[in-house]
Design a protein around this ligand. Sequence first.
Ligand SMILES: Nc1ncnc2c1ncn2[C@@H]1O[C@H](COP(=O)(O)OP(=O)(O)O)[C@@H](O)[C@H]1O
Ligand SMILES: [Mg+2]
Length: 203
Amino acid sequence: MHLKGENVSFGYKRNNLILKDVNISLGSGEVLGLIGDSGSGKSTLCKILAGYENKYQGKVTLDEKEIPPKGYNPVQLVFQHPEKAVNPKWRMNDILNEGHFVSQDILEAFGIKNNWLNRWPNELSGGELQRFALARALSPKTRFLIADEITTMVDSITQAQIWNIVLDIVEELNIGVLVVSHDRNLINRLCNDTVYLKDINNT
Ligand SMILES: Nc1ncnc2c1ncn2[C@@H]1O[C@H](COP(=O)(O)OP(=O)(O)O)[C@@H](O)[C@H]1O
Ligand SMILES: [Mg+2]
């Protein structure tokens, strides 16, 4: 299976394109790095690939077909700030199981403790909250994970732990991953291949 962005152009303001004719392709089971300077449009591209932003020009397809806007999105986006991705008024158990029931195996793999399930989001650290966001995103129906600076806020030990778990699960489920970061060392460690946003962006 392939997730493709073809000739993607986008600007938040008219006459100020952030992305111009960007082409990117990601295959099942592939771990592709995307590197770019801060402010260069990485997160914008992630949102477009995952269907969060739809006012772009060009095409985003899954096996040559447009991704239906309704139903479970097989392209899951996890961002740098997990606290922005959760409802602060919901307990973790409800956040976790909102879309589908997350298996005990996945919870154990991510080291999510049972007593965290009863907490509110603000009672967890950024790294703990990010484990929930990833556990929730890696459902059996997910085909691609867009990981936008997902471990930028944690220390290097936690970063390695989280990535080991994610890479195990994506390998098992044959999920393709876009690893987005400004950290070249991290990308070099994790990815089979790397693209530089400045090389594929024609702005
Ligand atoms: N919602 C928004 N409205 C207007 N401008 C935005 C918005 N989000 C991002 N930008 C601008 O778009 C550019 C690219 O941002 P972003 O995609 O977040 O870059 P990166 O993830 O590479 O740091 C930046 O100049 C940023 O200020
Ligand atoms: Mg960003």
